[in-house]
Design a protein around this ligand. Structure first.
Ligand code: NCD
Length: 309
């Protein structure tokens, strides 16, 4: 049996390297398959999504992924139009959605929400972003993008810049990178450094340094992963205003980078990457978004087919 069959995906920490690599292999397979063969993979299956926080790419890419493998999706992305507004509990909403679908995708403001959902769901649950904690499918997509665009992950110098305190994609990515032999430079304003409760665990499997200066590291990086300042997660607007616009990747900075350094971003971007970067060969964030559809299709195909595809 394929080990992903009916598996919940809460955290990237639950996926050992062999399993990550298996998802990458199946993603390559999905990308190579003829569209009509691809549509056989989840023919007649339904994905149910519940998004309690805004999303563009994650929800649409799950939708597009499911359609590309022959399934369909239904769900709630605007919680104000659901019975949650009438006081329905998360447990009941999840339970109902799991009756109508074969796999459930949940985004929620609370850490631990997907683990809770899995307790009441009759179907496997995929965490599509839980509070400031984790975003495992984004990390799968990020690692796949690095592998595709740099042809390897081991041996790379990777800079991660921006809001390292509240950005959940960063935590999942760091745990994912812990499976590889990489050097990581964490770059953020002092007040947005990575949370110390997490560094304890990450330190055991990853080499990283922390700094506030991008200039110090810019010329040595193979990958620059940029994140937005997570305005909505600041308890105090004043604190946000102090760090807003701390780093902007523009053409002047590009000149200092290695010629083949790739620039990634989970998106949405606010002002941290100038639009003039978009047409350079270094910008890979739109490719990254596209790979997100294929990695999610591979994951869904594995979760919903006992013997893989
Ligand atoms: C990220 C998220 O929701 O955590 N977005 C995404 O899923 N691509 C990043 C962000 O919101 O900054």
């Amino acid at each position: 049996m394929n080990e992903f069959y009916q598996k919940d995906i809460f955290s990237i920490k639950d996926l050992p390297k062999e399993q990550l690599e298996k998802i990458f292999t199946f993603t390559d397979k999905i990308m190579q398959l003829d569209p009509s063969d691809r549509r056989e993979i989840c023919k007649g299956k339904t994905l149910g999504y519940l998004f309690f926080e805004p999303s563009t790419r994650t929800r649409l890419s799950f939708d597009a992924a499911m359609a590309s493998i022959g399934g369909n999706s239904l769900g709630i992305s605007d919680i104000s139009s659901s019975s949650t507004q009438k006081g329905e509990s998360l447990a009941d909403t999840v339970k109902i959605m799991s009756i109508y679908s074969d796999v459930l995708v949940l985004r929620h403001t609370l850490d631990g929400s997907s683990r809770f959902a899995a307790e009441v769901s009759e179907k496997p649950v995929i965490n599509a972003g839980s509070g400031t904690e984790e975003h495992p499918t984004q990390a799968i997509q990020d690692l796949f993008t690095i592998k595709k665009e740099k042809k390897k992950i081991d041996g790379l110098k990777i800079g991660i810049i921006g809001d390292l305190k509240y950005g959940r994609t960063v935590y999942s990515l760091l745990h994912g990178l812990g499976n590889y032999d990489v050097d990581v430079r964490l770059i953020s304003p002092e007040s947005l450094r990575i949370r110390s409760d997490s560094t304890y665990e990450i330190k055991k499997k990853l080499n990283f340094t922390e700094s506030t200066s991008l200039d110090e590291h810019i010329d040595e990086l193979d990958v620059l992963y940029v994140t937005r300042i997570q305005k909505e997660r600041f308890p105090d607007e004043e604190e946000y205003l102090k760090v807003k616009g701390s780093y902007v990747v523009g053409l002047d900075l590009l000149k200092q980078m290695k010629d083949d350094c790739i620039i990634l971003h989970p998106l949405p971007r606010i002002d941290e990457i100038s639009p003039e970067i978009d047409n350079t060969k270094n910008a890979k964030y739109f490719e990254q978004a596209e790979y997100g559809k294929h990695t999610r299709a591979a994951l869904l195909g594995l979760i919903l087919n006992e013997n893989g595809f």
